[in-house]
Design a protein around this ligand. Structure first.
Ligand code: LLP
Length: 431
């Protein structure tokens, strides 16, 4: 987790703003992003590519966190973004994010979603399966339109991470299998369609990855595939898109690997292998999500009730939980937290930090060292920026929290807190 700063009152400071004041001003649970951290991380990714002399694109994976304000920041930072649904695409377009810098992913894009992509002239559709080739071809013919595409491949490489987070192994719902003739069949079909301009190949091997080996294997494999396709079809993909998955550190147990290490390995492996295969240098794209927004996000909660059990850890209960961050319950994900109004107080105990949802599994942190807490204290859970708010729900009919951006000592509400009225807005009466 990030280096934390606090003021003389022992209050946690985020982006130059007192987090305790934020909690009082906007209420809790509250999701706060330090926008400077997002910008810095994007710059870190870029600077390593800049040194390499390779053409590249950073395409932020919006599924990690997608709101109008986020797409506006991405636009300012001049990166690409990928979307995986009509909803993400709609949000990006609402934010006036440049359509030509959007990639569209998904293993079951609907005809309507594909139509939306074509009508809005988005940058590239990353084709996942044979039905999609057929649907997109039909649309392009009807509309006399053209579009850039990439083929998503399943490279047969599995990164060592949580099972739900693996996507690159052969037994996966995503992409064209390269072990069989699926990928070459897809290639042949796409090359036959004049309305589709095949600009590259894509693969994604998983998420929250700590080893660089998976990316080295993938980079080599993609170059090998390019060489094979050159021989067989006289076609060389111009772009190699290696997906996302760069791991971040949530607790002391996680060994942090900086973007620099990942990028260096990817670049050197590609350079070495294209030389071997006498291929031109490709353009390299990556799709980081978690590593861009994860460390920049903080969930603020207010401490309420407490349960003490003899000889066991106490439960410190907060006013949010699995509705604003499902990751601990769903993946047994670990986080760290601090008491935002007691940063200068000594650690006195270890507690469970429990959510307010009616489910025993709604424990945000199983064991956290804390100062003595009391009702009204503000708990800041760290590194919650990826797949927290984006996977939020209305379970137990709790409204989803507000989201605030902080930067240079200023705070700005970017998503309003849901109201009870919002919760019933789509409900229709039966009697
Ligand atoms: N590109 C593709 C094609 C992906 O499927 C994903 C993530 C990414 C990029 C971004 O991966 P990242 O850099 O964020 O690891 N909900 C899970 C994570 C699911 C990731 C799905 N795909 C979690 O909370 O851990």
């Amino acid at each position: 987790s990030s280096d934390l700063s606090s003021d003389n009152n022992g209050h946690l400071i985020l982006g130059g703003v007192d987090s305790v004041e934020l909690a009082h001003k906007y209420g809790t649970p509250l999701v706060v992003y330090d926008v400077g951290e997002i910008r810095d991380q994007i710059k870190r990714f870029k600077s390593n590519f800049d040194l390499s002399g390779l053409k590249y694109q950073i395409s932020y994976a919006s599924k990690a966190f997608a709101t109008v304000a986020m797409y506006q920041v991405l636009k300012q930072e001049d990166v690409h973004t990928d979307v995986v649904s009509g909803g993400e695409l709609y949000t990006a377009l609402k934010a006036r994010f440049p359509a030509d810098k959007i990639s569209f992913h998904g293993n079951n894009k609907s005809l309507q979603e594909l139509e939306m992509a074509v009508d809005n002239h988005i940058g590239v559709v990353i084709i996942d399966n044979f039905l999609e080739i057929k649907l997109l071809k039909q649309l392009l013919e009807e509309k006399s339109a053209n579009i850039d595409v990439m083929l998503r491949l399943t490279p047969g490489i599995s990164a060592h991470t949580h099972k739900y987070d693996q996507t690159g192994q052969v037994d996966s719902k995503f992409g064209f299998d390269v072990e069989s003739d699926q990928a070459t069949k897809a290639l042949e079909q796409v090359l036959e369609i004049p309305q589709m301009n095949l600009i590259g190949i894509h693969a994604h091997i998983g998420s929250q990855i700590f080893g660089v080996e998976g990316f080295e294997m993938l980079a080599k494999k993609m170059v090998d595939i390019s060489a094979q396709w050159k021989k067989q079809f006289d076609f060389v993909p111009k772009i190699l898109n290696l997906g996302g998955g760069f791991g971040i550190s949530y607790t002391d147990e996680d060994e942090p690997i900086g973007p620099d290490v990942f990028i260096d390995k990817i670049i050197s492996t590609i350079k070495e292998n294209v030389k071997k295969q006498s291929l031109p240098l490709p353009e390299v794209w990556i799709e980081p999500g978690r590593s861009i927004v994860g460390p920049a996000g903080y969930n603020l909660y207010t401490v309420g009730s407490r349960k003490d059990i003899p000889d066991m850890l106490s439960y410190v209960n907060v006013d949010g939980g699995m509705g604003d961050n499902i990751r601990p319950a769903l993946y047994q994900a670990k986080y760290e937290a601090v008491v935002a109004n007691k940063m200068n107080q000594n650690i006195e105990e270890e507690d469970h930090i429990a959510g307010k949802y009616c489910e025993s599994g709604d424990i945000l942190i199983d064991r956290q060292a804390l100062p003595k807490t009391e009702p009204g204290d503000i708990i800041a859970m760290l590194d919650t920026g990826a797949y927290g708010y984006s996977m939020a729900s209305n379970y137990n009919r709790n409204p989803r929290p507000a989201v605030v951006f902080v930067e240079n000592g200023k705070d700005k509400l970017v998503v309003k807190r849901e109201s009870y009225e919002d919760l019933v807005r789509l409900d229709e009466s039966y009697i």
